[in-house]
Design a protein around this ligand. Structure first.
Ligand SMILES: Cc1cc2nc3c(=O)[nH]c(=O)nc-3n(C[C@H](O)[C@H](O)[C@H](O)COP(=O)(O)OP(=O)(O)OC[C@H]3O[C@@H](n4cnc5c(N)ncnc54)[C@H](O)[C@@H]3O)c2cc1C
Length: 366
């Protein structure tokens, strides 16, 4: 896996990062390799492997592929669209969409965030009104990953504001649906090869058969999707951290100052040890949660802790890698600054670090 990733997915990364360009060829290659369909049963075009195997493969992908944006796009597609579709979709919906999602022919994601609702996701304003055999959606979504290149999105909207979170439903919205408009592309500081956009729903028509799950079940569906996402989305970051650690050890051994390798200075050695400790903590959290999921256990707490541990450790690992590489680490060519920019996003998407702490503290009984 990591050999495929390093050979096939890294070409022209600097240029694509600068231009904010999605690697559609890489996307297709990953799909052909089977990545997009890892957790999807073979019946629907996937590989049907268990969560522990899935995160192991994604970790290798992150080790070999330096294009964190491409990997992020694949993750958004898997955890926010394929998994809820698999869990809550009708047989017809699964047969219609999953094979093309696994083959990479369709690109997807989800649209929950809005200009006025982020962490407080269930205060969304987008409405869905049933009219005969369709729903009419109205509202504005933002921060939609894969939005500019999407073919299919899960859009969350309320059918009854008076019911609060229990009025939220979710819909499979195809790009060509009347009234669905992809707005401006949002330029990000990191993960620049993963495109993001605003989405506008202007009397957007969605057939009733494209409602995902029952009416009012959007909160459950989103929670389910987020639990998977928080458990698995940063598996690739563990591979990235391993790569950053190895590069840092090599550099610390090779680079000489004051007549010796900088790795012999205890202050540098201790940074390397901290990187290793953080990597081990991240990997242990990842594997434990995936193992529990493979056993069918509920992992609300573990998912929040996994997301929190890996994202925070990834950022610090990238920071240490830059510091160990000195001036070279700060130069764009070295690619460590890109790793840092990419890592910072992980503290925000799928619920911020603060939100993970709030979830975890409440699940711990506070
Ligand atoms: C790279 C990236 C990809 C994304 N992809 C998607 C996507 O595909 N689909 C989608 O719907 N959304 C997506 N998002 C949006 C993401 O889910 C939101 O950015 C996130 O939920 C935070 O919401 P917000 O940005 O509105 O920040 P806010 O909720 O406004 O938070 C601002 C700050 O306040 C803090 N805060 C908020 N509430 C509390 C609280 N109760 N206690 C303590 N602190 C609090 C936050 O932690 C944060 O530090 C993406 C974001 C990023 C960065």
């Amino acid at each position: 896996m990591s050999r495929f990733a390093s050979r096939e997915l890294n070409d022209y990364l600097r240029e694509r990062d600068k231009l904010g360009e999605f690697n559609r060829v890489g996307w297709k290659k990953c799909a052909e390799f089977g990545i997009h369909g890892l957790p999807v049963p073979k019946d629907y075009g996937g590989l049907g492997v268990d969560p522990l195997t899935t995160v192991g493969v994604l970790e290798s992908l992150g080790y070999g592929c330096r294009d964190n944006g491409l990997v992020f796009s694949i993750n958004a597609h898997m955890w926010t669209l394929e998994i809820p579709l698999l869990e809550f979709g009708t047989e017809e919906q699964k047969r219609k969409y999953l094979p093309s999602l696994c083959s990479g022919e369709l690109v997807g994601g989800n649209a929950m965030s809005e200009p006025a609702s982020g962490s407080d996701a269930y205060s969304l304003q987008t409405t869905a009104e049933r009219r005969g055999d369709r729903y009419i959606l109205n509202g504005t979504k933002t921060f939609a990953s894969n939005g500019p290149v999407c073919d299919l999105m899960i859009v969350y909207a309320t059918v009854d504001r008076s019911k609060g979170p229990n009025g939220i439903s979710s819909f499979l919205v195809e790009r060509q649906s009347p009234g669905f408009k992809v707005g401006r592309e949002l330029e990000k500081m990191g993960l620049r090869t993963s495109p993001m956009a605003e989405l506008f729903l202007e009397d957007c028509e969605v057939p009733v058969e494209n409602r995902l799950g029952r009416e009012g079940n959007g909160k459950n569906l989103f929670t389910h999707s987020m639990t998977w996402e928080r458990s698995c989305i940063l598996a690739s970051a563990v591979g990235t951290m391993q790569r950053l650690l190895e590069l840092s050890i090599r550099y610390a051994n090779d680079r000489k100052q004051f007549g010796q390798s900088i790795g012999k200075f205890q202050l540098i050695g201790s940074k390397i040890v901290d990187m290793k400790l953080r990597l081990d903590e991240a990997r242990a959290a990842l594997y434990r949660t995936a193992w529990l999921q493979s056993k069918g256990k509920s992992v609300f707490l573990e998912a929040a802790l996994t997301k929190l541990a890996i994202s925070e450790n990834w950022v610090r690992c990238a920071e240490d890698a830059i510091q160990i590489h000195g001036g070279y680490g700060y130069i764009v060519d070295s690619e460590f600054e890109r790793e840092m920019r990419d890592a910072l996003g992980s503290r925000i998407y799928s619920g911020t670090s603060e939100v993970q702490r709030i979830i975890a503290s409440s699940l711990l009984g506070l």
